[in-house]
Design a binder for this molecule. Structure first.
Ligand SMILES: Nc1ncnc2c1ncn2[C@@H]1O[C@H](COP(=O)(O)OP(=O)(O)OP(=O)(O)O)[C@@H](O)[C@H]1O
Length: 262
């Protein structure tokens, strides 16, 4: 479980804080969406979770530990719990698919026998069994992101942080990557935190979401809680978006509204 308490982050020289007094809980095993306009503080929040950024004040409690207070060796161990995937995949083009996934295992000093086994099972998990010897340049965007996901999961993290992981993909490929993330969450029981600007992403796989604006938390909660707030911003944003409406509303909305869209 992740608990942020009064988290603030100001960059040197910036006129306003990137994050201001954010208090937020992300439940264990959830797929949780972070929403907000450009510059709202989404990436800063994600980077505070793996301590690529240090908060200016406040607490970041992960699995009961305040990670804003960790020493460097403790921080290295903690970072292994936080896998990360990126919008532009960030694969090493000088390594084939197998070796990209193997890299974090090599760095972690895992034995070569165990590395071979883990990479093989990760290739299977992301549906790329036949692509181990392919080069990144030979892959489609969706396949590259599958490699990114496998690489992020190599050291068996408890959390997967996704920074706009589907923004560079077409809608169909986006759907298949989201379904893969939902499948991985189920199989591995990890917690997934994803930044997105697409409500369709939230509707398709998220159990909860938060909305940031100018570094401040506007609203957060489970999707069921969000949908019960009749005046809520997130509810409005979810209902305004046209995609997946029937399935989504059938799941979360009261009878009257269901009838309106049937
Ligand atoms: N390294 C940095 N140094 C100074 N200012 C920064 C730095 N990183 C982000 N900022 C500023 O902090 C604020 C929040 O940025 P952040 O990247 O977290 O927002 P975001 O919601 O992820 O935006 P986007 O969707 O455009 O990526 C912005 O005003 C941004 O300019």
């Amino acid at each position: 479980m992740i608990k942020l308490r009064n988290l603030s982050k100001s960059y040197a020289g910036a006129a306003a804080p990137a994050l201001a007094d954010v208090t937020l809980t992300i439940e264990e095993g959830a797929i949780f969406g972070i929403l907000g306009r450009s510059g709202a503080g989404k990436s800063t929040l994600l980077r505070c979770l793996n301590r690529l950024e240090s908060p200016s004040s406040g607490e970041i409690e992960i699995d009961g530990k305040d990670i804003s207070q960790l020493s460097l060796p403790q921080l290295r161990r903690q970072r292994q719990q936080m896998g990360m995937i990126f919008q532009h995949f960030n694969l090493l083009h000088s390594r084939n698919v197998h070796d990209n996934i193997d890299l974090p295992l090599e760095i972690a000093g895992v034995s070569s026998k165990e590395r071979r086994q883990r990479v093989a099972s990760l290739l299977q998990l992301v549906g790329l069994e036949k692509f181990g010897s392919a080069w990144p340049s030979q892959l489609s965007g969706g396949q590259k992101q599958r490699v990114g996901i496998a690489r992020a999961l190599a050291v068996q993290p408890r959390y997967l942080l996704c920074d706009e992981a589907t923004s560079a993909l077409d809608p169909e490929t986006t759907g298949s990557i989201l379904d893969l993330l939902a499948d991985i969450q189920q199989k591995l029981n990890i917690t997934i935190v994803l930044i997105t600007h697409e409500m369709a992403v939230v509707k398709r796989i998220c159990h909860g979401a938060a909305l940031l604006e100018h570094g401040r938390l506007v609203e957060s909660g489970s999707i069921a809680q969000i949908m019960r707030r009749s005046e809520g911003r997130l509810r409005h944003m979810l209902l305004k978006d046209g995609e997946n409406d029937r399935a989504f509303i059938a799941k979360y909305q009261p009878e009257e509204l269901r009838r309106c869209v049937a």
